[in-house]
Design a protein around this ligand. Sequence first.
Ligand SMILES: Cc1cc2nc3c(=O)[nH]c(=O)nc-3n(C[C@H](O)[C@H](O)[C@H](O)COP(=O)(O)OP(=O)(O)OC[C@H]3O[C@@H](n4cnc5c(N)ncnc54)[C@H](O)[C@@H]3O)c2cc1C
Length: 460
Amino acid sequence: MNYNRLTSKHKNSLREMVSKDRFSTGESNLNLHSKDQSHHPPSMPEAVIWPVDRFEVSEILKYANKNLIPITGWGSGSSLEGNPIPVRGGIVLDFSQMNRIIDIREKDFQADVEPGVIYQDLNEKLKYSGLFFPPDPGARATIGGIIANNSSGTRTVHYGSAKDYVMRLSVVLADGSYIKTGTRASKTSSGYDLIHLLVGSEGTLGIVVEATLKLTGLPQELSAAIATFPNITDAGKAVYQIRRYGLDPAALELLSTECIELINNKKGLGLTAAPTLFIEFHGPSVTYLSEALKMAQEICNDSGCTEFRSGLGRDERDRLFEARHELAEMIFQNHPDCNVQILDVAVPITGYTSMISKAREITDAAGLTGYALSHAGDGNIHLCLAGKKGNRKDWDLIDKISHEMVAEALSLGGTATGEHGVGIGKKQYMADEHGDSLEWMKKIKKLFDPNHILNPGKMF
Ligand SMILES: Cc1cc2nc3c(=O)[nH]c(=O)nc-3n(C[C@H](O)[C@H](O)[C@H](O)COP(=O)(O)OP(=O)(O)OC[C@H]3O[C@@H](n4cnc5c(N)ncnc54)[C@H](O)[C@@H]3O)c2cc1C
């Protein structure tokens, strides 16, 4: 597709659609919107606009569509796969000023929000009603970004991912028209499910301007444990057995020795430097939780666990999970002269042990430091590999490892990306993963966005 560069005539027209201070072609603003948190190279937009309502979004999209100007949505820019990088230039729509919590209907467990709301801010407000929005990607992410990437996090094993919490969406389409889809009822059998088409579409089908989110009750009680294993394979076996025996952890995270060493260094937690499971249960009573923990301990012991610490108090649990959430950031900081590639494969739970063992094997054979941190209960593995910036040899090796890992995940019936999205880096695997259905995805894209102005250069 041949896009038009923004001329001064375009810029003047666009500037008139919003107030002066919400349109920028300034170098620092363009720079800030040229890169996310991934290793992918930056690419500058030609303008950044901060819309404040759906009418502005409609007017901008209508104009961009007519003039063949790329439009890329922007939440917090915390993606890990280049998802919001405006690789074809054009306009970035930054939603930080569309950040109103419009309505909380606590008796229906629902909230209507604008896309720029940060999920931690929403949860802070909700806690007084005893409710929360469970998807918890580690970074300070927006609801728009979470919906577009179908994000998840440490609690997904129990609570599900973003797609399970979106009931209704208001969306501006590529030609500037506006639709509402979904329902406030907790179930529906009516019509095609456009919600689940739009969730995870990475801003390539439409721009979300409002969402009705499903909320859930904060757990009455929670309890956490850590289990240490002599090797990653035994830890993987314990993960499988915990799921197999029907225990329903609220978090089941596996961290490799390298991760534990890093956490100890940065946070002084004094954990045993070995593959470690962080386990959490949420439930209605202390009795229920102690039963679940007792059973988890037996399963871990049977799988070769060398140390099991349960009954962690709230403070200790918070410290552990805070360290877990900050781990990706710690890895970035630990390698200031490197870029970090974060693999995101996910496999059916039966394949988890062989996948995590394979990750260990491949990184050891390559002689690279690899940090394996894993939403283990979901069969989702992040293998973080640091390569020196601009060092072809490191990056050829990392590419080779990525291909091997993805090929293994697909052969096990899994996916190249469990939660980070396709963005730039996973496009190359779409044909292998989706086969003939990829053509139907392309047809859907063409139907929604015939001029390919929405987040071009992504997904396909
Ligand atoms: C330290 C760290 C830890 C992370 N941990 C996790 C994790 O555990 N799980 C996980 O899933 N992710 C994780 N991530 C990735 C990232 O935080 C999530 O993908 C997050 O949901 C992105 O939200 P954002 O607001 O930053 O969106 P952005 O990165 O700004 O954008 C994401 C996508 O959404 C599109 N978009 C933004 N707003 C709109 C809109 N209104 N309408 C349509 N499209 C829009 C963008 O174009 C882009 O394609 C992590 C990232 C970091 C840096």
